[in-house]
Ligand binder design. Structure first.
Ligand code: PMP
Length: 354
């Protein structure tokens, strides 16, 4: 098979060994002569998968006592609503930092339930930076932010300070580096970047922060129910959860999030150095807010576009086109993308300049 350098934004590259093991389990899981996807989710073999997939999250992220981990369906898009449902008091208010598309969608869903205060936004500059100054209103129930904007290529470099509850959509940078989970009341993340295939969403929840809203929460949106049922209130997405488990095992064996953070920094440095050095390219995001996961950049002169596109496609690079709201290029360099692939892209960029 020809090696493809997969810079897709999500669903995205997963480790080869994970894909291999996952494909084997689809045919014959645990030597049961049955497929993983044709056994009961309540069977001993699958319950073990769920337990492992949950405890690996706790181990890898050093999740403190008092927190629960659940896997649900619905993507992070349902997380926008679930977070507000479970944390915004009846008649209460959520404070939001608007860093573009995904934050915007979270704001819209929360607005269906109550008051939303957008306390900072980088909209006036097409979201090319992370707003740094804001005040969380006294009457807000929580502060919500998106740690990494997958489309614009911006990333919070530190956790916002607040004495309110803190909620984060970490879909596109969870497991990319160590995080202090104890600062958060809720972390949610669609799995299809650093964790596994699309179809499962990870929630890390501070249990004592639940049950305070005074609202009636439909069962499927109620995190307390999902915690009590250990992610099995309804049939869970068994295959995605199995792949999540394999990816977390891969990550742990590799040295965990500490090591992953170093590898990701090295990849991002390599690519941003070339963007800054090469007069034919310019970065989209402000330097101090650049993402280590999604590198957004443009050509300084679009007359080179045809040649550049031919060059990277000939180098077996996939998924480099920017999102339509930004244009240009986006190289997503998630955990499973090797630095060798980044080097191939950098070589192509250098070649354009000769
Ligand atoms: N938040 C972020 C930061 C994302 O990147 C995405 C998807 N790319 C979403 C939320 C929405 O996720 P889903 O498609 O799983 O609902």
């Amino acid at each position: 098979m020809t090696k493809v350098h997969n810079f897709s934004a999500g669903p995205c590259i997963l480790p080869q060994e994970v894909l291999k093991k996952a494909s084997e389990a689809v045919i014959n899981f645990n030597n049961l002569n049955l497929s993983l996807i044709e056994i009961s989710h309540r069977s001993k073999d699958f319950v073990e998968v769920m337990d492992n997939a949950t405890s690996l999250v706790k181990g890898v992220l050093n999740v403190p006592d008092g927190y629960q981990v659940v896997y649900l369906g619905g993507g992070a898009s349902l997380g926008f609503l679930i977070s507000a449902m479970n944390f915004m008091k009846q008649g209460g208010k959520g404070a939001y930092i608007n860093t573009g598309t995904w934050a915007n969608k979270a704001i819209k869903e929360a607005g269906l339930l109550g008051n939303v205060d957008v306390i900072a936004s980088s909209k006036e500059n097409n979201f090319n930076y992370i707003p740094k100054s804001y005040n969380v209103p006294e009457d807000a129930d929580y502060l919500h932010y998106t740690s990494n904007n997958t489309i614009f290529g911006t990333q919070f470099k530190s956790i916002p300070e607040t004495d309110k509850m803190l909620i984060c959509d970490m879909s596109s940078d969870i497991f990319s580096k160590p995080i202090d989970v104890s600062k958060f009341d809720l972390i949610y993340a669609g799995a299809q970047k650093n964790l596994g295939p699309a179809g499962s969403t990870l929630y890390i929840i501070k249990e004592e922060s639940l049950g305070l809203t005074g609202r009636v929460i439909p069962s499927m949106l109620d995190l307390q129910i999902h915690i009590a049922k250990e992610s099995m209130f309804n049939t869970p997405p068994v295959f995605p959860i199995y792949v999540n488990m394999l990816t977390l095992e891969w990550l742990k064996n590799l040295g965990g999030v500490e090591k992953m953070g170093q590898l990701n920094r090295a990849k991002a440095d390599l690519l941003y150095t070339e963007i800054d050095r090469n007069p034919l390219f310019e970065g989209f995001a402000k330097t101090e807010d650049r993402s280590d996961m999604n590198v957004t950049f443009n050509l300084t002169d679009n007359s080179h576009k045809e040649r550049f596109d031919l060059l990277w496609k000939a180098a077996n690079i996939n998924g480099l086109n920017g999102h339509r709201s930004v244009g240009g290029y986006r190289a997503s360099i998630y955990n499973a993308l090797p630095i060798e692939s980044v080097q191939v892209l950098v070589d192509v960029m250098k070649q354009l300049n000769t």
